[in-house]
Every structure is written in structure tokens, then in C-alpha cells.
Design a protein around this ligand. Structure first.
Ligand SMILES: [Fe+2]
Ligand SMILES: [Fe+2]
Length: 418
């Protein structure tokens, strides 16, 4: 049975995820207006059909009073299991994460069709192929790039939270292509937040996917070197924007913005960036957006030699750099786009629970949906983490602040369920 969680064992779920064995505690309608003898009861196949026929959107269930099998089934195997020790959160060769969890795109009310995990994996595979192709002198087909950004676009429309959270779930190798996809996804999310039109957003996505194409010419041992780089090695890395732009200029059908982002994403508004030391007035908006997104992803990445900052720490880096490294207005816009409690953050509630942010809606940014994974009072990691929707809950639970995942030995990306 699921551990006793008192008040918080009650959660609201979409009626499409009802299943036999779950215990309903509130249908959200007066007893005279529903066909059941009791207000609280265990679901069977027939009662589920009746509830769906009532056109209710959500009902309250009590996890503690539900059958363990139904709860396990509801949450899916991906995170009911205890954390494993593997750092390989993603395998490129095995589509093992496909549809393993109801708590991802489907379970949180997104579209089953959008499959953010699959879209991300395919985009990573595509960018890896493109980087390898660039090294071998193969040309870039913008039609292929556009079909990848189109897939990302539809996934962002239906499940932005999952797409952003997936950026934190990455294997320890292949940093450049994973980073390139993340920058593409984040650029598109940022463009949508700024209400740019579909064509512009797609262009931003393509610019993101291709921004580090020049790294195809930097040897892996330099890119992944955990120690301090020598002057010579640093010079090699710093040449990637120019090399990338040169490569892109030599291709057919590449939009000038894509070339500009590749060439100038390391420029800083105070003129301290490279390669040209340009200042704010010389940088177009899309390039300054790329500079923000690029740094945010780089500092939050799990890399060969460090785990990266949690999302909130990444946002702090952006805000700290406003006016010096980044355009100030865009820096604040980006923070708003990612949210007060970014998906994947570890937060503490006033009931001393630790939870991973799964979803943060624009209308209630300070009341995210969490996956509760730790009970501080009992100093115990939960064997069956559960969902707590602070936006829907009638209880007085609220987030009181961020926590450092490392302090609690928690890997938030393991609990995202995508
Ligand atoms: Fe770069
Ligand atoms: Fe980059």
C-alpha cells in the first residue's frame, strides 16, 4: 500500500486516467447529481464508464485507499521503481523510454501523439548525424532540419513542460548534439513565449540546432576535457562560431539568421564576447536570445565532469548576467518563459515534503504540480513517489523554496517520467 500521506494522498486526476482499483473521494458534484450510492467508492469498469459519461474533467482520488496495483498502473513503472544508479538516463540505441510512463505526456494531460521523448531522441539522432556529416563534408539539407523543427514545434504546443524537462535528461556522452537540440527546443519555446509567428519560431529552432555546428571541427578530447584548457585548446574552441558560419555560408538555402546565430552566439552585450566583441546595439534580438539560451543550457547540463546547476541556478546565472552578458529585457523574458519553478527543480513544501516540479502553469506559476519524493520529517526517500498538484489542491500546502538535489542525493531527472 502506498505510504500514509494524510491530506496529501488525495490528488485530482483527469478522468481519462481512471482505472479500476482507484478510490474516488470527490467527484466534484453534489450527491443528487451523480448516479452513485456513495460519494466515495472504489472504481470498477462500470463506474468508470458512468463517470466518463458525466462529462467531468477531473475527480479526486485517495492514493492511500486505492489498490497498490492501480496506483502503480496509474503512475507507470518508470518512476515507481526506486532510483537506479545508472547515469545513462537515455540510451540512443534503445527506445526504452517510449511510452513507459503515464505521468509524462499522457499522464499530465498532454497528448499521447506528441511523444516528447521520441521527438527529442530523434532530434538528437538527427543532429548527431548532421555533425558527423559536416565533418565528412556532407551538405546540410534544410528540408530535413525543418521537419525536425516542425516535430519539436508540435510537441512544444502540446507539452512544453515535457519538452523542457527532457533537456535535463541526457546521457553523459554526445554533449554537443544533445546541447544543440536543447538550444533548438529552448529557442522555440522562447520564441513562442515572445509571441513570434510559427515561421519565425521554426527559424529560431533551426538556428538553435545549428548554432554549434562549428564544433564539428573541434576534436572531442578538447570539447570534453574536464581539466583546464591550454591557451591553444581554448583558441581552437573559440574558433567554432567562425568555422560554423563559414560552413553554413557555403551551403544552399540557409537563412542568414541561422548563419548569424552560429557566428555571434558567444557575443556579449557589453562587448566582452567573441569573436567580434560586438556590443548590444550591433546584435539582433534573435542572436541575444541565443546567447541566453546557450548559457542556460550549458550551465544546467549534466556533463562528463559535473552534474550542472539545477534549473533555478541556471536562471540565476542569466539574471546575474543581465546588462553585461545578456540583454536585460530578454533575460527577464526568458525567466518568465521558463517559469518561477522550472520543471525539474527540487522544491520543499511547508509540510516538509520534497518534490520535483512536473508542471508549472502560466496562470498559477507559484503553485506547480509536484512529484513528492522525500519526506523530510521521517528523513526518508519515498518508495512510491506521488503527484501533488498545488494548483488544484484545496489544502494549504505550498512551495516554500528550492532545495539542492545533491544535498538530498536526489536526481530530479529520474523522476520526470518522460
Ligand atoms: Fe557555441
Ligand atoms: Fe552552444
Amino acid at each position: 500500500m502506498v505510504a500514509n500521506r494524510g491530506e496529501s494522498s488525495r490528488i485530482q486526476i483527469d478522468v481519462c486516467y481512471l482505472r479500476p482499483g482507484l478510490y474516488v473521494t470527490d467527484l466534484g458534484v453534489h450527491w443528487a447529481k451523480h448516479p452513485f450510492l456513495k460519494n466515495q467508492f472504489e472504481l470498477d469498469a462500470q463506474s468508470i464508464l458512468k463517470i466518463r459519461g458525466m462529462e467531468l474533467k477531473k475527480v479526486e482520488i485517495d492514493l492511500d485507499r486505492s489498490s497498490p496495483d492501480a496506483v502503480r498502473d496509474l503512475y507507470g513503472p518508470a518512476w515507481v521503481a526506486e532510483e537506479d544508479d545508472s547515469d545513462n538516463a537515455e540510451s540512443e540505441s534503445e527506445p526504452a523510454h517510449e511510452d513507459t510512463s503515464l505521468t509524462g505526456a499522457k499522464g499530465l494531460g498532454g497528448s499521447a501523439k506528441a511523444r516528447p521523448g521520441k521527438v527529442t531522441r530523434e532530434a538528437r539522432r538527427f543532429v548527431r548525424g548532421m555533425l558527423e556529416g559536416a565533418r565528412a563534408g556532407k551538405s546540410i539539407d534544410m528540408k530535413d532540419v525543418n521537419s525536425v523543427t516542425e516535430e519539436i514545434y508540435s510537441s512544444l504546443c502540446t507539452n512544453k513542460n515535457a519538452m523542457l524537462a527532457l533537456g535535463r535528461v541526457r546521457s553523459l556522452d554526445g554533449y554537443t548534439y544533445q546541447h544543440s537540440v536543447n538550444v533548438g527546443v529552448l529557442m522555440m519555446a522562447f520564441g513562442r513565449y515572445l509571441e513570434m509567428d510559427h515561421k519565425q519560431v521554426q527559424l529560431l529552432g533551426a538556428a538553435g540546432l545549428l548554432h554549434d555546428i562549428g564544433k564539428a571541427f573541434v576534436p572531442e578530447h578538447i570539447l570534453l576535457k574536464p581539466d583546464r584548457l591550454s591557451n591553444e585548446e581554448y583558441k581552437t574552441i573559440k574558433a567554432h562560431p567562425s568555422k560554423g558560419a563559414q560552413l553554413l555560408r557555403g551551403q544552399q538555402g540557409i537563412h542568414p539568421l541561422i548563419v548569424e546565430v552560429a557566428e555571434k552566439h558567444h557575443e556579449r552585450v557589453d562587448g566582452t564576447g567573441y569573436p567580434f566583441r560586438l556590443e548590444e546595439k550591433q546584435l539582433r534580438r534573435e542572436v541575444m536570445m541565443a546567447a541566453i539560451v546557450d548559457v542556460y543550457d550549458a550551465v544546467t547540463a549534466v556533463r562528463a565532469y559535473h552534474r550542472g546547476k539545477p534549473p533555478a541556478g541556471g536562471l540565476k546565472v542569466i539574471i546575474d548576467g543581465k546588462g553585461t552578458h545578456f540583454n536585460a529585457e530578454l533575460a527577464y523574458d526568458f525567466v518568465r518563459c521558463i517559469g518561477v519553478y522550472p520543471v525539474g527543480s527540487l522544491v520543499r513544501t511547508n509540510a516538509d515534503q520534497l518534490g520535483i516540479v512536473l508542471e508549472c502553469t502560466a496562470h498559477e506559476p507559484s503553485r506547480p504540480m509536484l512529484r513528492v519524493v522525500y519526506d523530510i520529517k521521517r528523513d526518508k526517500k519515498l518508495t512510491s513517489p506521488y503527484i501533488l498538484d498545488l494548483g488544484e489542491s484545496a489544502s494549504k500546502l505550498q512551495v516554500v523554496g528550492y532545495e539542492d538535489p545533491e544535498k538530498w542525493s536526489i536526481k530530479p531527472e529520474k523522476y520526470l517520467g518522460y
